[in-house]
Ligand binder design. Structure first.
Ligand SMILES: Cc1cc2nc3c(=O)[nH]c(=O)nc-3n(C[C@H](O)[C@H](O)[C@H](O)COP(=O)(O)OP(=O)(O)OC[C@H]3O[C@@H](n4cnc5c(N)ncnc54)[C@H](O)[C@@H]3O)c2cc1C
Length: 524
């Protein structure tokens, strides 16, 4: 997957005035899913992303492939069933990136075991043939054996159930590669600056701008799909400045700690926090991730900030359940994601997580809402609508059994650091070959497993253009340990500069930009 080739393809069609079947705006899970689906059906597809693939919400999730236990509590059975099915399909199609994870709901009151026990049996039942393993009640001893760091005082027992875990940004990059493998043109750092319309006022293309050179491309399209998450309304306004907004935004933060805070390979699920939400504490890439919050926000930004009260809330809730209460100085990284929620009544935490397909009077097709787990189903639904809207030929959707780039039938285990290259699936071998060069086999920081060869691979094959791309989304350094990532910036910049043909001034600018950004991922 090479950016120069992608730009050439945009330029070529643009100059020839040749329309694409589908142009997708937005390179998160939703847009990339659409690109994969449409390309696999044989349509010509271009996807433009204004920043890097996954810069938005899709790299900032809780990393769960799940049906959503809490939606069950809200009585949304169809949503849970559909997500549980997608959970099973995703594990089947990307076993190198999705694995089963055991979650324990600890019980400190007598009523919790029967209450959560029955609820989670229903969860098992709804998964049907896509089940990940039966839930069961645990004794106090069994609970502590699974969660050695759990607060023992007052503990009566627990309930264990199973869901999926993944690496969101890595899956996104592999979806981009899947789309490219099937002939899609996917371009990062290429914002959609304007929409084109025909003489009747229907949207029939996109003006995209190469963020690196300023070159503009006129992308004619039979249908334009708006998959811009929390920026949905901004893109809809490009077609009609007077539209009624359809989105609201809420932010969720996660704190990352050393692995010892949780210990073991089992996740902790707190079913009801003091604000009535769910909190997860999960083992991920050899660290502990705790989240999340739900704070309504007036306007979306690409790099949202964690609020002090959100940080305190997670520390406080986690402290009630862990023998070693984490403090601010234990936080290795904090990351913040924005939920694209479709407007409705009530609190943001109770708004539906169903996806919504919306067609404006301009013909712009918007797909939004949903969640990572259901991206495939969302894409299928979107391309089905695109076929009708743009009168494209009927092609069946093949993605239920379409292997995702890197597919390898050895299940990943993201709880540990055991084999850091496992997430690359079938690409791991090529990275190991690069690492035959002793300089490229070196770790970039003693506290993280990432080696220099991964940065070289990211630049050569995964369209990484900046230090941030390499350290936030090709590796997950920034999300795991912001301090270590800051120290990795300079060696990473030098490796990238060599691959991308950049000079010393570029290296210095990259290091500064990345360090400024990474400070926001630290808790002082
Ligand atoms: C805190 C939190 C935790 C979550 N945890 C989970 C979880 O564990 N499991 C799960 O299944 N789901 C989870 N979700 C939901 C899931 O992460 C989101 O539903 C999903 O990532 C949304 O993807 P998206 O592609 O719609 O949006 P985004 O990932 O935000 O992508 C939209 C993209 O559009 C781009 N864009 C905007 N304007 C333009 C333009 N003019 N031109 C080109 N590109 C543009 C942006 O740069 C961005 O990259 C979580 C969400 C949050 C907020």
């Amino acid at each position: 997957m090479h950016r120069d080739d992608m730009i050439r393809q945009l330029r070529h069609r643009s100059a020839a005035g040749q329309p694409w079947d589908i142009v997708v705006i937005g390179g998160g899970a939703t847009g990339m899913g659409v690109a994969v689906d449409a390309a696999a059906r044989g349509f010509s597809v271009a996807l433009v992303e204004s920043h890097d693939f996954g810069k938005g919400t899709s790299s900032r999730s809780t990393k769960l492939v799940h049906g959503g236990v809490r939606y069950l509590e809200q009585g949304n059975v169809p949503l849970v069933m559909s997500a549980l099915k997608e959970r099973g399909l995703l594990r089947q199609n990307a076993p190198h990136l999705v694995h089963d994870l055991a979650f324990v709901v600890p019980n400190y009151s007598w009523w919790e075991a029967p209450f959560y026990g029955i609820g989670l049996k229903l969860y098992d039942l709804l998964a049907g043939k896509y089940g990940f393993g039966p839930s069961k009640l645990l004794s106090r001893e069994e609970t502590l054996a699974r969660l050695p760091a759990l607060e023992p005082e007052g503990l009566l027992g627990g309930v264990v159930y199973y869901d999926g875990q993944f690496d969101d940004a890595r899956l996104l990059i592999h979806l981009a590669m899947t789309a490219a493998d099937h002939g899609a043109t996917v371009v990062n750092y290429c914002p959609a600056a304007a929409l084109l319309k025909d003489e009747e006022g229907y949207v029939n293309g996109v003006v995209a701008r190469d963020g690196e050179t300023g070159e503009e491309f006129t992308l004619h399209a039979r249908v334009v799909v708006n998959a811009t998450g929390v920026f949905t309304d901004a893109v809809r306004r490009l077609a009609d400045p007077g539209i009624e907004p359809m989105m609201v935004t809420s932010q969720g933060i996660h704190l990352v700690f050393h692995r010892e805070f949780l210990a073991g390979d089992t996740a902790l699920m707190v079913p009801r926090t003091s604000d009535g939400r769910v909190l997860f504490v999960i083992p991920w890439h050899g660290h502990t991730v705790a989240g999340t919050t739900d704070t309504p926000l007036d306007a979306p930004t690409l790099e949202p900030h964690a609020l002090d009260e959100e940080i305190e809330f997670i520390l406080d809730t986690a402290s009630r359940y862990l023998t070693r209460p984490p403090t601010r100085s234990d936080v290795l990284a904090v990351y913040v994601g924005l939920r694209p929620l479709v407007k409705g009544e009530g609190k943001t935490s109770t708004l539906s997580r169903d996806h919504v397909i919306h067609v404006d009077s301009s013909g712009l097709l918007t797909i939004t809402g949903g969640k990572w787990t259901t991206y495939r189903h969302m894409a299928e639904d979107t391309v089905d609508h695109a076929i009708t809207l743009a009168r494209l030929r009927d092609e069946p959707c093949p993605t239920k059994s379409l292997p995702i780039h890197g597919y390898r039938d050895t299940p990943a285990d993201l709880t540990k650091e055991a084999d850091p290259l496992a997430v690359y699936g079938s690409d791991a071998e090529a990275i190991r070959e690069l690492a035959a060069d002793p300089d490229l086999a070196k770790r970039l920081h003693p506290d993280l497993p990432y080696i220099a060869a991964e940065v070289v691979w990211a630049a050569r094959e995964e369209m990484a253009r900046t230090v941030e791309d390499a350290l936030a989304r090709r590796t997950r350094a920034l999300f795991l340990n912001a301090g270590a990532a800051i120290a990795m910036a300079e060696p990473a910049a030098k490796l990238l500069a060599r691959e991308l043909g950049r000079d010393d001034a570029w290296i210095a600018a990259q290091v500064k930009t990345f360090r400024d950004l990474a400070h926001q991922y630290k808790v002082e």
